[in-house]
Design a protein around this ligand. Structure first.
Ligand code: FAD
Length: 322
Protein backbone atom coordinates (compact mmCIF):
# COMPACT_ATOMS: atom_id res chain seq x y z
CA UNK A 1 0.00 0.00 0.00
CA UNK A 2 1.41 3.43 -0.98
CA UNK A 3 -0.62 5.52 1.46
CA UNK A 4 -1.45 7.90 -1.39
CA UNK A 5 -4.79 9.49 -2.13
CA UNK A 6 -6.08 8.90 -5.65
CA UNK A 7 -8.61 11.36 -7.09
CA UNK A 8 -10.55 10.09 -10.10
CA UNK A 9 -11.00 13.25 -12.18
CA UNK A 10 -14.05 13.84 -14.32
CA UNK A 11 -14.24 15.92 -17.50
CA UNK A 12 -17.03 16.67 -19.95
CA UNK A 13 -16.63 18.24 -23.39
CA UNK A 14 -12.98 19.04 -22.69
CA UNK A 15 -13.41 20.70 -19.28
CA UNK A 16 -13.09 19.37 -15.74
CA UNK A 17 -16.29 19.32 -13.70
CA UNK A 18 -16.51 21.20 -10.38
CA UNK A 19 -16.58 17.81 -8.65
CA UNK A 20 -12.99 17.20 -9.78
CA UNK A 21 -11.73 20.34 -8.06
CA UNK A 22 -13.78 19.64 -4.93
CA UNK A 23 -12.15 16.22 -4.65
CA UNK A 24 -8.66 17.62 -5.25
CA UNK A 25 -9.23 20.16 -2.45
CA UNK A 26 -10.48 17.40 -0.17
CA UNK A 27 -7.52 15.16 -1.06
CA UNK A 28 -5.08 17.98 -0.30
CA UNK A 29 -6.68 18.44 3.14
CA UNK A 30 -6.48 14.72 3.84
CA UNK A 31 -2.89 14.59 2.64
CA UNK A 32 -2.02 17.44 4.99
CA UNK A 33 -3.21 15.36 7.92
CA UNK A 34 -1.53 12.10 6.93
CA UNK A 35 1.49 13.33 4.95
CA UNK A 36 0.37 11.34 1.92
CA UNK A 37 0.75 12.37 -1.72
CA UNK A 38 -2.15 13.25 -4.00
CA UNK A 39 -2.44 11.42 -7.34
CA UNK A 40 -4.97 12.45 -9.98
CA UNK A 41 -6.21 9.87 -12.50
CA UNK A 42 -6.77 11.54 -15.88
CA UNK A 43 -8.39 9.24 -18.42
CA UNK A 44 -9.56 10.11 -21.93
CA UNK A 45 -8.39 10.83 -25.46
CA UNK A 46 -6.07 13.79 -26.19
CA UNK A 47 -6.49 15.03 -22.63
CA UNK A 48 -2.85 15.75 -21.85
CA UNK A 49 -3.57 19.46 -22.30
CA UNK A 50 -5.71 19.34 -19.15
CA UNK A 51 -2.79 18.33 -16.91
CA UNK A 52 -1.84 21.97 -16.20
CA UNK A 53 -5.16 22.51 -14.40
CA UNK A 54 -4.32 19.81 -11.86
CA UNK A 55 -1.72 21.80 -9.96
CA UNK A 56 -3.11 20.69 -6.61
CA UNK A 57 -2.03 17.10 -7.35
CA UNK A 58 1.53 15.85 -6.77
CA UNK A 59 1.31 13.47 -9.72
CA UNK A 60 -1.04 12.85 -12.63
CA UNK A 61 -1.59 9.26 -13.72
CA UNK A 62 -2.48 9.66 -17.38
CA UNK A 63 -4.19 7.11 -19.61
CA UNK A 64 -4.67 8.75 -23.00
CA UNK A 65 -6.12 6.56 -25.73
CA UNK A 66 -8.58 6.95 -28.65
CA UNK A 67 -10.68 4.11 -27.18
CA UNK A 68 -11.36 6.38 -24.17
CA UNK A 69 -12.66 9.33 -26.20
CA UNK A 70 -16.04 9.38 -24.42
CA UNK A 71 -17.00 7.91 -21.08
CA UNK A 72 -17.35 4.17 -21.31
CA UNK A 73 -18.18 2.28 -18.12
CA UNK A 74 -16.08 -0.72 -19.22
CA UNK A 75 -13.02 1.12 -20.51
CA UNK A 76 -12.89 3.84 -17.88
CA UNK A 77 -13.52 1.45 -15.04
CA UNK A 78 -10.81 -0.93 -16.25
CA UNK A 79 -8.46 2.06 -16.51
CA UNK A 80 -9.08 3.14 -12.92
CA UNK A 81 -8.74 -0.47 -11.75
CA UNK A 82 -5.35 -0.71 -13.47
CA UNK A 83 -4.18 2.49 -11.73
CA UNK A 84 -5.42 1.33 -8.34
CA UNK A 85 -3.73 -2.07 -8.79
CA UNK A 86 -0.46 -0.43 -9.82
CA UNK A 87 -0.28 2.34 -7.20
CA UNK A 88 -2.22 0.79 -4.29
CA UNK A 89 -3.60 4.06 -2.88
CA UNK A 90 -4.92 4.14 0.65
CA UNK A 91 -7.89 6.31 -0.35
CA UNK A 92 -9.68 6.46 -3.71
CA UNK A 93 -11.96 9.50 -4.10
CA UNK A 94 -14.64 9.28 -6.80
CA UNK A 95 -17.34 11.90 -7.45
CA UNK A 96 -20.86 10.63 -6.72
CA UNK A 97 -22.05 11.46 -10.23
CA UNK A 98 -23.64 9.28 -12.90
CA UNK A 99 -20.21 8.29 -14.25
CA UNK A 100 -18.56 8.20 -10.83
CA UNK A 101 -21.17 5.75 -9.52
CA UNK A 102 -20.23 3.31 -12.29
CA UNK A 103 -16.53 3.63 -11.53
CA UNK A 104 -16.76 3.46 -7.73
CA UNK A 105 -18.76 0.25 -7.55
CA UNK A 106 -16.67 -1.58 -10.14
CA UNK A 107 -13.35 -0.50 -8.63
CA UNK A 108 -14.56 -1.63 -5.23
CA UNK A 109 -15.60 -5.04 -6.53
CA UNK A 110 -12.64 -5.63 -8.80
CA UNK A 111 -9.95 -4.37 -6.42
CA UNK A 112 -11.55 -5.92 -3.34
CA UNK A 113 -11.82 -2.58 -1.52
CA UNK A 114 -14.71 -1.44 0.67
CA UNK A 115 -16.92 1.24 -0.94
CA UNK A 116 -18.48 4.00 1.15
CA UNK A 117 -21.15 5.93 -0.80
CA UNK A 118 -23.08 9.18 -0.28
CA UNK A 119 -20.12 10.64 1.64
CA UNK A 120 -20.21 14.29 2.63
CA UNK A 121 -16.89 14.14 4.50
CA UNK A 122 -13.98 11.75 4.95
CA UNK A 123 -11.33 11.37 7.62
CA UNK A 124 -8.02 9.62 6.95
CA UNK A 125 -6.06 9.88 10.17
CA UNK A 126 -3.53 7.40 11.46
CA UNK A 127 -6.33 5.89 13.57
CA UNK A 128 -8.15 4.72 10.43
CA UNK A 129 -10.53 5.69 7.67
CA UNK A 130 -14.01 7.00 8.36
CA UNK A 131 -16.70 9.04 6.65
CA UNK A 132 -19.96 10.83 7.30
CA UNK A 133 -22.62 9.73 4.85
CA UNK A 134 -26.11 10.93 4.02
CA UNK A 135 -28.94 8.41 4.28
CA UNK A 136 -32.53 8.78 3.11
CA UNK A 137 -31.64 11.75 0.90
CA UNK A 138 -29.97 13.57 3.77
CA UNK A 139 -32.60 13.03 6.50
CA UNK A 140 -30.07 11.00 8.50
CA UNK A 141 -26.30 11.18 8.77
CA UNK A 142 -24.28 8.04 9.46
CA UNK A 143 -20.71 8.01 10.78
CA UNK A 144 -19.07 5.06 9.08
CA UNK A 145 -15.77 3.44 10.08
CA UNK A 146 -13.95 1.45 7.42
CA UNK A 147 -13.06 -2.11 8.27
CA UNK A 148 -9.56 -2.25 6.80
CA UNK A 149 -6.89 0.23 5.86
CA UNK A 150 -7.93 1.11 2.28
CA UNK A 151 -11.24 2.18 0.74
CA UNK A 152 -13.10 3.83 -2.13
CA UNK A 153 -15.23 6.85 -1.18
CA UNK A 154 -17.99 8.14 -3.49
CA UNK A 155 -18.27 11.80 -2.57
CA UNK A 156 -21.38 13.98 -2.79
CA UNK A 157 -20.93 17.46 -4.19
CA UNK A 158 -19.84 20.11 -1.72
CA UNK A 159 -17.27 17.99 0.17
CA UNK A 160 -14.76 20.86 -0.14
CA UNK A 161 -14.73 24.23 -1.95
CA UNK A 162 -13.94 23.73 -5.65
CA UNK A 163 -11.97 27.00 -5.60
CA UNK A 164 -9.42 25.38 -3.25
CA UNK A 165 -8.82 22.61 -5.77
CA UNK A 166 -8.25 24.90 -8.77
CA UNK A 167 -4.58 25.64 -9.22
CA UNK A 168 -2.50 25.73 -12.36
CA UNK A 169 0.80 23.89 -12.14
CA UNK A 170 2.99 21.24 -13.61
CA UNK A 171 2.54 18.09 -11.57
CA UNK A 172 4.66 15.09 -12.51
CA UNK A 173 2.94 13.03 -15.23
CA UNK A 174 3.12 9.27 -15.34
CA UNK A 175 1.66 7.98 -18.61
CA UNK A 176 0.30 4.45 -18.69
CA UNK A 177 -1.17 2.27 -21.41
CA UNK A 178 -4.92 1.79 -21.67
CA UNK A 179 -6.04 -1.65 -20.51
CA UNK A 180 -7.19 -4.06 -23.28
CA UNK A 181 -10.80 -3.78 -22.07
CA UNK A 182 -10.96 -0.18 -23.36
CA UNK A 183 -10.68 -1.16 -27.03
CA UNK A 184 -12.50 -4.47 -26.61
CA UNK A 185 -15.59 -2.97 -24.96
CA UNK A 186 -18.87 -3.50 -26.83
CA UNK A 187 -20.50 -0.69 -24.86
CA UNK A 188 -20.73 2.46 -26.97
CA UNK A 189 -21.26 6.04 -25.86
CA UNK A 190 -24.19 7.47 -27.82
CA UNK A 191 -24.71 11.10 -26.79
CA UNK A 192 -24.22 13.63 -24.03
CA UNK A 193 -27.59 15.11 -22.97
CA UNK A 194 -27.21 18.88 -23.17
CA UNK A 195 -29.78 21.44 -21.97
CA UNK A 196 -32.40 22.24 -24.60
CA UNK A 197 -31.20 24.86 -27.06
CA UNK A 198 -32.04 28.36 -25.88
CA UNK A 199 -32.68 27.28 -22.29
CA UNK A 200 -30.67 28.63 -19.38
CA UNK A 201 -28.26 26.62 -17.26
CA UNK A 202 -29.74 26.85 -13.75
CA UNK A 203 -26.52 25.51 -12.21
CA UNK A 204 -24.70 28.66 -13.39
CA UNK A 205 -27.15 31.23 -11.97
CA UNK A 206 -26.45 33.47 -8.97
CA UNK A 207 -30.16 33.93 -8.29
CA UNK A 208 -32.91 31.32 -8.67
CA UNK A 209 -36.62 31.93 -8.18
CA UNK A 210 -37.95 28.43 -7.65
CA UNK A 211 -41.61 27.55 -8.02
CA UNK A 212 -43.31 24.56 -6.44
CA UNK A 213 -46.83 23.22 -6.58
CA UNK A 214 -47.96 26.27 -4.61
CA UNK A 215 -47.72 28.27 -7.87
CA UNK A 216 -51.00 26.55 -8.71
CA UNK A 217 -51.12 26.94 -12.51
CA UNK A 218 -48.88 27.23 -15.52
CA UNK A 219 -50.12 30.77 -16.21
CA UNK A 220 -48.86 31.97 -12.81
CA UNK A 221 -45.28 31.03 -13.63
CA UNK A 222 -45.00 34.21 -15.68
CA UNK A 223 -45.11 36.22 -12.42
CA UNK A 224 -42.08 34.28 -11.15
CA UNK A 225 -40.28 34.82 -14.45
CA UNK A 226 -40.79 38.59 -14.08
CA UNK A 227 -39.31 38.53 -10.57
CA UNK A 228 -36.36 36.45 -11.77
CA UNK A 229 -35.73 38.96 -14.55
CA UNK A 230 -35.60 41.96 -12.23
CA UNK A 231 -33.27 40.01 -9.94
CA UNK A 232 -31.01 39.08 -12.86
CA UNK A 233 -31.61 35.36 -12.32
CA UNK A 234 -33.71 32.53 -13.70
CA UNK A 235 -36.75 30.45 -12.79
CA UNK A 236 -36.34 26.85 -11.62
CA UNK A 237 -38.87 24.38 -10.25
CA UNK A 238 -39.68 21.38 -8.14
CA UNK A 239 -40.39 18.11 -9.91
CA UNK A 240 -44.22 18.26 -10.05
CA UNK A 241 -43.99 21.46 -12.08
CA UNK A 242 -41.75 19.73 -14.60
CA UNK A 243 -43.81 16.52 -14.58
CA UNK A 244 -46.84 18.58 -15.59
CA UNK A 245 -44.88 20.06 -18.48
CA UNK A 246 -45.06 23.63 -17.17
CA UNK A 247 -41.26 24.02 -17.34
CA UNK A 248 -38.62 21.89 -19.10
CA UNK A 249 -36.65 19.20 -17.29
CA UNK A 250 -33.55 21.42 -17.45
CA UNK A 251 -35.18 23.63 -14.80
CA UNK A 252 -35.75 20.87 -12.23
CA UNK A 253 -33.87 21.02 -8.94
CA UNK A 254 -33.35 17.90 -6.87
CA UNK A 255 -32.47 14.25 -6.74
CA UNK A 256 -33.73 13.47 -10.24
CA UNK A 257 -32.97 16.97 -11.49
CA UNK A 258 -29.98 19.25 -11.08
CA UNK A 259 -27.91 20.25 -8.07
CA UNK A 260 -27.66 24.02 -7.72
CA UNK A 261 -25.70 26.33 -5.42
CA UNK A 262 -26.81 29.89 -6.24
CA UNK A 263 -26.07 32.85 -4.01
CA UNK A 264 -29.82 33.35 -3.53
CA UNK A 265 -32.42 30.58 -3.70
CA UNK A 266 -35.96 31.92 -3.36
CA UNK A 267 -38.42 29.05 -2.92
CA UNK A 268 -42.05 29.94 -3.60
CA UNK A 269 -44.64 27.32 -2.66
CA UNK A 270 -42.05 24.53 -2.41
CA UNK A 271 -42.63 22.11 0.49
CA UNK A 272 -38.99 21.05 0.85
CA UNK A 273 -39.25 17.30 0.32
CA UNK A 274 -35.91 15.48 0.89
CA UNK A 275 -35.58 14.77 -2.85
CA UNK A 276 -35.83 18.50 -3.55
CA UNK A 277 -33.58 19.64 -0.71
CA UNK A 278 -30.87 17.23 -1.87
CA UNK A 279 -30.39 19.47 -4.92
CA UNK A 280 -30.32 22.90 -3.26
CA UNK A 281 -29.16 22.59 0.34
CA UNK A 282 -25.74 24.10 -0.43
CA UNK A 283 -27.17 27.39 -1.77
CA UNK A 284 -25.57 30.37 0.00
CA UNK A 285 -28.83 32.05 1.07
CA UNK A 286 -32.13 30.19 1.04
CA UNK A 287 -35.35 32.17 1.36
CA UNK A 288 -38.67 30.33 1.59
CA UNK A 289 -42.25 31.52 1.22
CA UNK A 290 -44.92 29.02 2.20
CA UNK A 291 -48.43 29.17 3.69
CA UNK A 292 -47.66 26.17 5.90
CA UNK A 293 -45.54 27.13 8.93
CA UNK A 294 -44.55 23.47 9.32
CA UNK A 295 -43.32 23.05 5.73
CA UNK A 296 -39.91 21.27 5.84
CA UNK A 297 -38.38 23.91 3.57
CA UNK A 298 -38.22 26.19 6.63
CA UNK A 299 -35.82 23.65 8.16
CA UNK A 300 -33.13 24.49 5.58
CA UNK A 301 -34.07 28.14 4.89
CA UNK A 302 -31.99 31.00 6.27
CA UNK A 303 -35.00 33.32 5.96
CA UNK A 304 -38.64 32.36 5.81
CA UNK A 305 -42.01 34.01 5.41
CA UNK A 306 -45.23 32.21 6.29
CA UNK A 307 -47.77 33.53 3.83
CA UNK A 308 -49.29 33.46 0.39
CA UNK A 309 -46.74 33.70 -2.39
CA UNK A 310 -49.21 35.64 -4.52
CA UNK A 311 -49.18 38.45 -1.94
CA UNK A 312 -45.42 38.83 -2.00
CA UNK A 313 -44.53 38.02 -5.62
CA UNK A 314 -45.91 41.13 -7.41
CA UNK A 315 -44.83 43.33 -4.50
CA UNK A 316 -41.23 42.12 -4.73
CA UNK A 317 -41.15 42.55 -8.52
CA UNK A 318 -42.51 46.11 -8.23
CA UNK A 319 -40.13 47.16 -5.46
CA UNK A 320 -36.98 45.61 -6.91
CA UNK A 321 -37.79 46.42 -10.53
CA UNK A 322 -39.30 49.75 -9.84
C1 FAD B 1 -37.19 8.98 -6.56
C2 FAD B 1 -37.75 10.37 -6.42
C3 FAD B 1 -37.07 11.43 -6.97
C4 FAD B 1 -37.56 12.73 -6.83
N1 FAD B 1 -36.87 13.76 -7.36
C5 FAD B 1 -37.28 15.01 -7.14
C6 FAD B 1 -36.54 16.12 -7.63
O1 FAD B 1 -35.51 15.98 -8.29
N2 FAD B 1 -36.99 17.37 -7.36
C7 FAD B 1 -38.14 17.60 -6.66
O2 FAD B 1 -38.50 18.77 -6.45
N3 FAD B 1 -38.88 16.56 -6.22
C8 FAD B 1 -38.49 15.28 -6.46
N4 FAD B 1 -39.26 14.26 -6.04
C9 FAD B 1 -40.63 14.54 -5.54
C10 FAD B 1 -40.62 14.99 -4.08
O3 FAD B 1 -40.75 13.87 -3.25
C11 FAD B 1 -41.84 15.92 -3.80
O4 FAD B 1 -43.02 15.25 -4.18
C12 FAD B 1 -41.78 17.23 -4.54
O5 FAD B 1 -40.52 17.87 -4.32
C13 FAD B 1 -42.88 18.16 -4.03
O6 FAD B 1 -42.91 19.31 -4.83
P1 FAD B 1 -43.54 20.66 -4.28
O7 FAD B 1 -42.81 21.08 -3.06
O8 FAD B 1 -43.59 21.60 -5.42
O9 FAD B 1 -45.04 20.23 -3.97
P2 FAD B 1 -45.79 19.99 -2.59
O10 FAD B 1 -45.07 19.01 -1.76
O11 FAD B 1 -47.21 19.69 -2.96
O12 FAD B 1 -45.71 21.40 -1.84
C14 FAD B 1 -46.36 22.54 -2.25
C15 FAD B 1 -46.12 23.56 -1.14
O13 FAD B 1 -46.69 24.80 -1.52
C16 FAD B 1 -47.27 25.40 -0.38
N5 FAD B 1 -48.28 26.34 -0.88
C17 FAD B 1 -49.46 26.07 -1.48
N6 FAD B 1 -50.07 27.19 -1.88
C18 FAD B 1 -49.23 28.22 -1.54
C19 FAD B 1 -49.30 29.63 -1.70
N7 FAD B 1 -50.32 30.24 -2.32
N8 FAD B 1 -48.28 30.38 -1.22
C20 FAD B 1 -47.21 29.81 -0.59
N9 FAD B 1 -47.11 28.46 -0.42
C21 FAD B 1 -48.10 27.68 -0.90
C22 FAD B 1 -47.82 24.25 0.41
O14 FAD B 1 -47.96 24.61 1.80
C23 FAD B 1 -46.77 23.19 0.18
O15 FAD B 1 -45.78 23.23 1.20
C24 FAD B 1 -38.79 12.95 -6.15
C25 FAD B 1 -39.47 11.87 -5.59
C26 FAD B 1 -38.96 10.59 -5.71
C27 FAD B 1 -39.72 9.46 -5.10
Amino acid sequence: MSGNILVVTEHLSGAFTDATFELLALARNLAGVSGAEVDAALIGNSVEGLVGELGVADRVLLIDDPALESFNPVGHTASVVSLVDATEPRVVLVPYTSTGMDIASHVSAQCGLPLVSYCQSVDASSAGLSATCQLYAGKLLADVEVDGDRAVFAMLSGAAPAADGRREGAPAVEARAAPPEAAASTTRFRALGEPEAGDVDITAQDVLVVVGRGIDSEDNIEEAVELAEVLGGAVAASRPIVDQGWLPKTRQVGKSGLTVKPKVYLALGVSGAPEHVEGMRDSSTIIAVNTDPHAPIFGVAHYGWVGDLFDILPELTDRIGG
